[in-house]
Design a protein around this ligand. Sequence first.
Ligand SMILES: NC(=O)c1ccc[n+]([C@@H]2O[C@H](COP(=O)([O-])OP(=O)(O)OC[C@H]3O[C@@H](n4cnc5c(N)ncnc54)[C@H](OP(=O)(O)O)[C@@H]3O)[C@@H](O)[C@H]2O)c1
Length: 209
Amino acid sequence: MGVMRLFVIGATGKTGREILDLARARGHEVTAFVRSPQKLRPAGSLRIVRGDPLRAETMAPALPGHDAVLSAIGPPPREAFRASTLVADCARATVEAMAASGVARLAIVSAAVLFPEKGFYFALFRWILQHHARDLRSMEAIVQASGLAWTIARPPRLTKEPEVNFRAARGALPPGSLSVSYRSVAAFLLDAVEQRSYVSEIVGLGQSA
Ligand SMILES: NC(=O)c1ccc[n+]([C@@H]2O[C@H](COP(=O)([O-])OP(=O)(O)OC[C@H]3O[C@@H](n4cnc5c(N)ncnc54)[C@H](OP(=O)(O)O)[C@@H]3O)[C@@H](O)[C@H]2O)c1
């Protein structure tokens, strides 16, 4: 796959920054669509566009000419425990803006808490993250109904390790997965859009065994 033009939402976040870094290291042209441009340092292959990811009309004019959208938006950690529609609202705006501008490929971050894993550990996380999980479930429904060429990644707990080191499984959490690095999630999303793999699939991620 040659150079791609990638549009990144949630680009100032921990996963988003890894997407920017890895995408540029792979030679792609990257647009970071952010509400707070001062958080990013301008660089050659990085275009920073200010906008509101909750409003399709601010996103649509910036989208034409891109090959794919990668989205890693999420609530600030303290708000993940309260009812919110942030992720679903952002997905609705993204899908609308993509449809309006003819960009068809979307790779987006969800979470492994949506898998029906058995055991105390997963039950506890499902309870703690019930509000965020509800928002993610609505986001996934919007993405799945979008008619776009989508890929949904469901990672477990995210870690700061600098390595790209992951397993991916279609429709399931890879056995024994408890965590995976932010950078691995970025690598998975980029691999998927570069290779046009995992289209219309929900993919579980986990650290390599
Ligand atoms: N953390 C984990 O262990 C874990 C595990 C599994 C799945 N996930 C999923 O991964 C997602 C991303 O995680 P992360 O740690 O990379 O997130 P993060 O560092 O908290 O970054 C969140 C991004 O969303 C943006 N954002 C938040 N609220 C916004 C709003 N109201 N309007 C516009 N932009 C907004 C932030 O922009 P600003 O910089 O402008 O605030 C930032 O770019 C999570 O939300 C979750 O769904 C996380």
